[in-house]
Design a binder for this molecule. Structure first.
Ligand SMILES: [Fe+2]
Ligand SMILES: [Fe+2]
Length: 142
């Protein structure tokens, strides 16, 4: 792994953050029904968190000498409340998976400072996962 490769991967993460932010804003506007009313604000809060992640990633990409991308990955949508929440949860699982890989890769390059920022972002994604699993009624007790 080289610095150039890690910059490319951080740009990939950034393009997924932009997609997540837009997806949450759109889903918040489409969610409907009494049992989903409280989740609308949750989704808008997630959108703000993804916005902050995008800003933090652009900072680190620039710090490493990269050129922050303006690409946006594919956004998933649906007219079904449950399907939208499932799409959001899958995106969060994917994001956490990418960030856990990124922490290892950054630490292998001794970029512990950048790795720390990714660790903080990963923790927020874990919180998003918990919110969405609860919203979907996913029972995890073994
Ligand atoms: Fe994020
Ligand atoms: Fe998230």
């Amino acid at each position: 792994m080289t610095i150039d490769q890690i910059i490319n991967l951080l740009n990939l993460d950034l393009s997924w953050e932009y997609a997540a932010m837009i997806q949450y804003i759109q889903h918040a506007s489409l969610l409907t029904g009494p049992e989903y009313f409280a989740i609308i604000n949750e989704e808008l809060q997630h959108a703000q968190d993804e916005h902050e992640h995008a800003v933090r990633l652009t900072d680190k990409i620039q710090y490493l000498g990269g050129f922050p991308t303006v690409n946006v990955q594919e956004i998933k949508t649906s007219l079904s409340n449950v399907e939208m929440l499932r799409q959001d949860l899958q995106a969060e699982y994917d994001a956490l998976h990418r960030y856990l890989q990124r922490i290892e890769q950054l630490e292998a390059l001794k970029l512990y400072d950048v790795a720390q920022v990714i660790r903080e972002i990963a923790l927020v994604e874990q919180g998003h996962i918990i919110d969405l699993e609860k919203s979907l009624g996913i029972q995890k007790v073994r």
